[in-house]
Write a protein that binds this ligand. Structure first.
Ligand SMILES: [Fe+2]
Ligand SMILES: [Fe+2]
Length: 209
């Protein structure tokens, strides 16, 4: 009956009867696969939800300062795309029963402060922030895409399609930043490296707690 690799274990109960446990290896491996799938989706959705919330707050902060300037519509367009990204992950959180990161309140404030403070340096400052953030996010999405393809491209097709679409839009945001003279921001390299590594650290933390 258990020809597909059954494992039997026996133990004697205190009443003297013998307890026989039968473990189906196929069941055990499908349970392990399901656990792995849940852990993977948990980590991906938690961190991406946090990142998209942070991105929304950054663009909101930029709009608070530069909304009425000539670059207002450009920033608004990027913010509108971020709203769609966040909406998607807000749907995926309950769908896959993922716990959001405990860091959300901090990213909420930090995102807005980062967006507004860099925008106070002028259009170039805001765009330098955008190029730095989006560099970190594009790399992050590419890492996730690679991981899911290695894991099972068929199983994760829907998630892969979402991540690829968002990755491409984040790349556009990065390129827009360059087109709108990010590199002319005061202390561009310091600003760029600081923000990029700050985002990378935020990603690391949001994947874990
Ligand atoms: Fe985004
Ligand atoms: Fe973006």
């Amino acid at each position: 009956m258990f020809t597909l690799g059954a494992v039997l274990s026996q133990s004697r109960l205190s009443c003297g009867r013998q307890l026989v446990l039968v473990h189906c290896q196929r069941c055990a491996s499908s349970q392990a696969k399901e656990r792995r799938r849940q852990e993977l989706l948990d980590r991906i959705i938690r961190v991406d939800h946090a990142g998209e919330l942070g991105a929304n707050r950054i663009y909101q902060g930029q709009m608070a300062v530069l909304g009425n300037s000539p670059v207002g519509p450009v920033i608004q367009h990027m913010w509108d795309q971020e709203k769609e990204h966040l909406k998607k992950f807000e749907e995926l959180i309950p769908k896959h029963r993922v716990r959001p990161t405990v860091m959300l309140p901090l990213w909420n404030v930090a995102g807005f402060v980062l967006g507004a403070s860099t925008a106070l340096l002028g259009k170039e400052g805001a765009m330098a922030c955008t190029t730095a953030v989006e560099t970190a996010i594009v790399k992050h999405y590419n890492d996730q895409i690679r991981e899911l393809i290695e894991e099972d491209p068929e199983e994760y097709k829907e998630m892969l399609d979402t991540l690829k679409k968002f990755r491409d839009e984040e790349q556009e945001h990065h390129d827009t930043g360059i087109d709108f003279e990010a590199e002319k921001a005061p202390l561009y390299n310091v600003l760029y490296q600081t923000i990029k590594w700050g985002c990378t650290g935020a990603i690391w933390v949001s994947e874990r707690i």
